[in-house]
Ligand binder design. Sequence first.
Ligand code: FES
Length: 106
Amino acid sequence: MPLVSRGRFPLTPDSAVARGREVGLVVDGRPTVAYEGETVAAVLVAEEGLRTRRTVTGASRGIFCGIGVCFECLVVVDDVPNTRACMTLVADGMRVERQVGAGPGC
Ligand code: FES
């Protein structure tokens, strides 16, 4: 069964833009489709909604600046906590978890 890309604009053969090669990653334990050249933040917005993490008090946080300045988009990538989703390009086989608090091991 093909995975569906829910939050992206559909492309047609005459589209002026093209997507990178399709890659597979796992977000919060679920297989997800992404495209080379996308950031983890883009995948989260497209596939999972706006929340990237929860603070130690449980408040939701998401993409704010999108340029690596605010640190609101921290996620766990391949077991590395405090990774900025907006500054991290997807890779085939990557594992992403929306972070809770300071992240595992912190
Ligand atoms: S959204 Fe601000 S650092 Fe990622």
